[in-house]
Ligand binder design. Structure first.
Ligand code: NAD
Length: 421
């Protein structure tokens, strides 16, 4: 099938690479010409295991990246995968979705072809019908266009595996022709397909992320209580997670959730509810617990060191989780901001994410390895569950004082104190 993917960021690039691997012909459109050049050289602008290999196999063959929308006229299906970042009040900024919809409309104007336009970006319920459809129809002056919402559930660091073997595929569509076309694409995946209305598909994505975020904040709350009781929250949650109605996933207490999705999607859902006149008190608490975890870890430092003004603190791990260089919404960034506010000197290290962290925190001092960051530090905070941090032992002896606190339970070193354990 001929497909156009609009937005070559994390989701759009995985989608393009995986669909190309399945034998489809992919035209990837991104407004960032530097990104397009990198992709056309067969490399991924962001780190994701296995992605470079697929790109180098397919680029120039059945996958081409471009900034030019004209090329989408030859497609059967057009996926919208542009960013939907948060605004300061939690609302979703839909500027990129509007701009992409207009450009699609202009590009397909005058064409006799039928197009299926599929929103993959995570958007507030109602966006596909009320905004994307309106803009595309207005700018294309065409009526034979189908619309669908097909949310993406991949996890960074496991994106290719998740995309190729999804737990389920949700196809939100209000008419048969487009729904059947999208179903044809996903039939090969051999996973359950759930067909819903467009707005239900949009809400499934929001509710899924809100559920996962809730599990994390719940586990962190239980962890904070267990720490005060002097008992092991991991032992407690193991017993909890063995109940099949609960399941053991996402019950690891720690520093909280980050990334480009959970914080913004829960905040957006809160705004959606408020705009409908409903006060979503549970979702607000989920966010409150998450915001409090970075403060708790800094409090633990204060308890150990006293005033941290002028103290040098090694921060190990900047990515929001292991196996990615993504620092968007990373709890490490929140912790570093707290430390800097208190006048501490931060010595940071991450195997992949230093470059992105430095874009978020100007002047951040990053080191080439954990040893260099630990040398002469007054304390260390472990923020990301990179396997190399679990092996650290003698390296901690390089520190001025051996105060080590972890936000993710990975270290076996006896001197380490955990945020919730
Ligand atoms: P991203 O910011 O990494 O990428 C967005 C891309 O869109 C950028 O490369 C940008 O240059 C491009 N773009 C912006 N406006 C454009 C336009 N008008 N025309 C063409 N290109 C344009 O975003 P992402 O992480 O890939 O996320 C995309 C969407 O998918 C978001 O709605 C996000 O919430 C959702 N999502 C993300 C993940 C994830 O793990 N990152 C998972 C599931 C869903």
């Amino acid at each position: 099938m001929m497909m156009a993917i609009i937005g070559g960021g994390y989701v759009g690039l995985i989608l393009s690479a995986c669909f190309a691997k399945m034998g489809h012909f992919i035209m990837l459109i991104d407004s960032d010409s530097d990104k397009v050049d990198v992709i056309n050289s067969g490399r991924s602008p962001t780190y994701e295991p296995g992605l470079d290999e697929i790109l180098s196999d397919h680029i120039g063959r059945n996958l081409i990246a471009t900034t030019c929308y004209d090329r989408i006229r030859e497609s059967d299906v057009i996926f919208i995968c542009v960013g939907t970042p948060p605004m300061p009040n939690g609302d979703t900024d839909l500027t990129m979705v509007v701009s992409a919809s207009r450009s699609i409309g202009e590009a397909i104007k005058g064409s006799q072809r039928y197009y299926a336009i599929v929103v993959k970006s995570t958007v507030p319920p109602g966006t596909t019908e009320n905004l994307v459809k309106r803009e595309v129809l207005k700018y294309s002056d065409k009526s034979d266009i189908g619309f669908a919402m097909n949310p993406e559930f991949l996890r960074e660091g496991h994106a290719i595996e998740d995309f190729m073997h999804p737990d389920r595929t949700v196809i939100g569509c209000n008419e048969t022709r487009t729904g059947e076309l999208i179903e044809l694409i996903y039939k090969e995946f051999n996973s359950p397909i759930i067909k819903t209305s467009i707005i239900e598909a949009e809400m499934i994505k929001y509710a899924s992320n809100a559920m996962l975020a809730t599990k994390i904040s719940f586990s962190n709350e239980i962890g904070n209580i267990c720490k005060r009781l002097g008992i092991d929250t991991y032992s407690v949650m193991k017993g909890v997670g063995m109940d099949h109605r609960i399941n053991p996933h996402f019950l690891d207490a720690g520093i909280g959730f980050g990334g480009s999705c959970f914080p913004k999607d829960v905040a957006s859902l809160i705004r959606v509810a408020e705009n409908l006149g409903y006060d979503p008190s549970l979702l607000k608490s989920v966010m409150k617990v998450n915001e409090q975890q970075p403060k708790i870890i800094v409090e633990l430092l204060h308890n150990k060191l006293g005033d941290i003004h002028g103290k040098s603190i090694a921060v190990l791990g900047l990515a929001f989780k292991k196996d990615t260089d993504d620092t968007r919404g990373s709890r490490a960034i929140s912790v570093i901001r707290e430390l800097e506010r208190a006048g501490a000197i931060v010595k940071a290290y991450d195997p992949l994410a230093c470059r992105n962290a430095c874009k978020e925190i100007s002047g951040l001092k990053c080191y080439s390895d954990a040893q260099a960051a630990l040398k002469d530090a007054d304390a260390c905070i472990i923020m990301t569950e990179w396997p190399e941090f679990s092996k650290l032992g003698a390296e901690f002896n390089l520190m001025k004082s051996k105060v080590i606190i972890e936000g993710r339970r990975i270290s076996s070193c006896s001197d380490v104190e955990g945020i919730c354990w």
